[in-house]
Design a protein around this ligand. Structure first.
Ligand code: CIR
Length: 256
């Protein structure tokens, strides 16, 4: 399993990040400490990281997952659905080019956020959401075609992104929270978790999960199944509709 991740530190304008509800109060200093805790958790699990240079004018830049979909040696630079986030991609593209990735792009009229892309078991599930449109999904499908995965569109109504509601455990079990369970049939079997934040896991390795501290009941349930769970407090990012998956991009072995 890959042990390298792309990360990007939060900038001074984090509190201006996009939110769907009432604007919350964000403690930017606490957010930076929480981000450092998240990165230290990756390192403690044996991961190395590459930090994309900060984009201090982009409040949501810390949510680096949304800017790129990496598959093999190809980095598909997204065209985020929120226009205010499009300036985030330039630095990510440059960093991945320097790491040796081939670069492709999602073009207008396509929009795609990396948070809508769930890869597992040879299938790429892509949420058709308020951020990702059909043109973006088609373009991604064409770009990934040579690699051979099946690309399946999943309607997402109740959440910001597909991966806001659904991820998968190392054993392939798809986990999701109730608002998206109307799409459960698309995945075959989906196991419901009791807390929305419990639907997001970063797979540190085959036996170890990184989860938000705001999903203690789900974390305990996964522990009982034999997983080790590293918990991180990411409250300030959760206030901005973020979760553990969107703070990093897993790189499955660096090219070259
Ligand atoms: C946004 O609305 O774009 C950010 N405030 C949160 C993005 C979270 N990204 C993700 O879940 N993949």
């Amino acid at each position: 399993m890959a042990r390298h991740a792309l990360i990007r530190r939060p900038g001074p304008r984090l509190a201006e990040g996009l939110v769907r509800g009432t604007r919350p109060v964000i403690d930017v200093g606490l957010a930076l400490k929480q981000w450092q805790g998240y990165v230290e958790t990756l390192h403690a699990a044996g991961w190395s990281t590459t930090e994309v240079p900060p984009a201090d004018d982009c409040p949501d830049a810390v949510f680096v997952e949304d800017t790129v979909v990496v598959y093999g040696d190809l980095a598909v630079i997204t065209r985020p659905g929120a226009p205010s986030r499009r300036a985030e991609t330039a630095g990510v593209e440059e960093t991945l080019r320097d790491l040796g990735y081939r670069i492709a792009h999602i073009h207008e009229p396509g929009t795609l956020d990396g948070g809508d892309v769930l890869k597992y078991g040879g299938t790429v599930w892509v949420g058709r959401s308020e951020r990702t449109n059909s043109a973006g999904i088609e373009q991604l499908g064409r770009l990934l075609g040579p690699f051979g995965p099946t690309v399946v569109a999943v309607p997402v109504h109740a959440d910001l992104h597909l991966k806001s509601a659904v991820t998968a455990l190392p054993d392939g079990t798809v986990i999701g929270c109730p608002p998206l369970l109307d799409s459960a049939a698309i995945f075959g079997v989906m196991e419901a978790v009791p807390e929305p934040a419990g639907a997001h896991v970063v797979l540190l390795d085959d036996g170890q999960l990184l989860m938000s501290a705001s999903a203690p009941v789900t974390a305990e349930a996964f522990r009982r199944r034999g997983y080790t769970v590293a918990k991180v407090d990411i409250s300030e990012f959760e206030k901005l509709d973020g979760c553990v998956t969107c703070l990093s991009v897993r790189l499955r072995g660096l090219p070259g």
